[in-house]
Design a protein around this ligand. Structure first.
Ligand code: GUN
Length: 287
């Protein structure tokens, strides 16, 4: 039998390290250490783990950071008051409110309250508009991190057909804007797309941001395509760390020309990009 084909592994850590190095150098040039304020509500295990990672990486990269870990019961008014305090504090360069927020919080009102110049997540409608008019300022970290990873591995989306599965505000939509700005032909597919397989098989670059473990199977992928797996599905296990599964089935590596692994693919890019956004905000504010 013929040897199995295996896609090139697009490992996140080398790309993330390169971005963190650039970020640390820029941070060191500023008169004051850039400061990131992180806000989270409640004890969702994924959010606790992500926030701890962001805080630790910030400090390792020569930034300072504060975590405001508030109880689940925090009211809309209390959260707004904290955001206004951080907006007015000139020692704070970046503000990040970890999502998802509890049910009783109006997320849109919270995101609107963050000073757009300190909005390192790029979720404020002002920053969304800047991205979609091709004048990007702060751009959501995960899709911006995917762009850095593609560039790191010499993959230029210009002129290519890109299919994104998923239309979230955090990944799918901003990913589409960034790729359009980079001259790709972009299709955004989602749970209501008819004959999804026919759509995804058109992709030169397929980006999976669905949130369902191993959703993308080899029959959905054009041979030779580049596959970017943004999924982090946590399989909780008794007495052990949760197992992380991507949105892409590992067998897709036998069809794709290149593919990001999970873990160790897009994940590390998100935090690196967050720190990049924080340093960029601090640079702007120092002008
Ligand atoms: N929840 C999942 N991803 C993100 C992110 O990039 N930023 C924030 N604030 N919350 C998230």
């Amino acid at each position: 039998t013929a040897p199995e084909h295996k896609a090139q592994k697009l490992a996140g850590p080398p790309a993330a390290e390169a971005l963190l190095r650039e970020t640390a150098e820029r941070a060191a040039k500023l008169a004051q250490k850039p400061h990131l304020s992180i806000v989270r509500l409640g004890e969702d295990p994924a959010s606790v783990s992500y926030v701890a990672g962001k805080d630790a990486r910030a400090k390792e990269t020569g930034l300072s950071s504060t975590v405001h870990a508030l109880p689940e019961e925090t009211t809309q008014a209390e959260l707004l008051a904290l955001i206004r305090q951080l907006n007015g504090d000139s020692s704070v360069n970046g503000i990040l409110v970890q999502l998802p927020l509890p049910e009783h919080i109006d997320e849109q009102e919270i995101l609107l309250a963050i000073d757009p110049d300190k909005d390192v997540d790029g979720f404020h409608p002002m920053n969304v508009g800047r991205l979609w008019t091709n004048h990007p300022a702060s751009v959501p970290c995960t899709p911006q991190g995917v762009m850095y990873l593609l560039k790191h591995y010499g993959i230029d989306p210009a002129g290519k057909r890109v299919v994104i599965i998923g239309r979230s505000n955090i990944v799918g939509r901003p990913m589409a804007g960034l790729l359009m700005n980079a001259h790709a032909t972009v299709t955004v597919a989602h749970s209501r797309t008819r004959d999804l397989r026919a759509v995804t098989r058109e992709a030169d670059i397929l980006i999976a941001a669905i949130g369902k473990a191993h959703f993308v199977t080899p029959d959905m992928v054009k041979p030779g395509a580049v596959v970017i797996d943004v999924g982090i599905n946590r399989l909780e296990r008794e007495g052990k760390k949760p197992k992380l599964l991507g949105d892409v089935h590992p067998d897709v590596a036998q069809v794709a020309s290149a593919m990001t692994p999970v873990p160790g693919g897009v994940g590390p890019m998100t935090i690196a990009q967050l720190l990049g956004n924080t340093v960029a905000a601090a640079e702007e504010q120092a002008k």
